[in-house]
Design a protein around this ligand. Structure first.
Ligand SMILES: CC(C)(COP(=O)(O)OP(=O)(O)OC[C@H]1O[C@@H](n2cnc3c(N)ncnc32)[C@H](O)[C@@H]1OP(=O)(O)O)[C@@H](O)C(=O)NCCC(=O)NCCS
Length: 141
């Protein structure tokens, strides 16, 4: 996961234990041979069970641009559809142009926020003071 820096912050081993033990059905890992090519961490909301929130998406630099993130997010999407959820949503940092290109090419819509940064709509303080984020949603209806 640390290969996702600077846009993904590595969490602790016990966090990854939690994801693997309690949330494995929405946290797929992609393998190419024995190497981890990518991973997605996503959760179904307990507050609004019609939502699945995608927390982290990382593709190993050696495997970028080969459809790994698309495949992993398709797996999460299929799981969310099985659960009867209405949407997947996620956020990224305004300057993360690769992420913006990836989400929009997969059908996510960049939701209207407060400001435009290089044509990306950004919601101020979405994740707390100073943590502006571009928010994207994929409707499963
Ligand atoms: C963003 C990231 C996950 C994309 O993963 P990936 O496996 O390379 O993406 P895919 O190969 O599945 O590409 C999916 C689509 O996104 C597009 N895309 C991916 N990277 C792109 C880039 N750097 N520039 C332009 N488009 C890009 C692809 O062209 C593809 O669209 P297409 O199928 O219409 O051609 C990867 O760049 C990454 O790990 N970045 C570092 C961590 C990060 O920023 N994660 C997101 C945090 S919010």
């Amino acid at each position: 996961m640390e290969l996702g820096a600077p846009y993904v912050r590595v969490r602790t081993g016990s966090d990854y234990w939690l994801y693997a033990r309690l949330f494995s059905s929405s946290c797929p890992v992609g393998l190419v041979g024995d190497q981890v090519a990518g991973a997605v961490i996503a959760f179904r909301s307990q507050d609004d069970p019609s939502d699945v929130y995608v927390q982290d998406v990382v593709t190993h630099p050696d495997h970028r641009g080969r459809g790994v993130a698309r495949k992993l997010l398709t797996a999460v999407r299929n799981r969310a559809t099985e659960w009867g959820c209405a949407q997947l949503y996620l956020t990224s940092e305004p300057e993360n142009t690769a992420a913006h290109a990836a989400w929009t090419s997969m059908g996510f819509v960049n939701l209207d926020g407060d400001i435009l940064v290089d044509e990306v709509s950004v919601t101020r303080d979405f994740k707390g003071p100073g943590k502006d984020r571009a928010v994207y949603a994929l409707n499963l209806g």
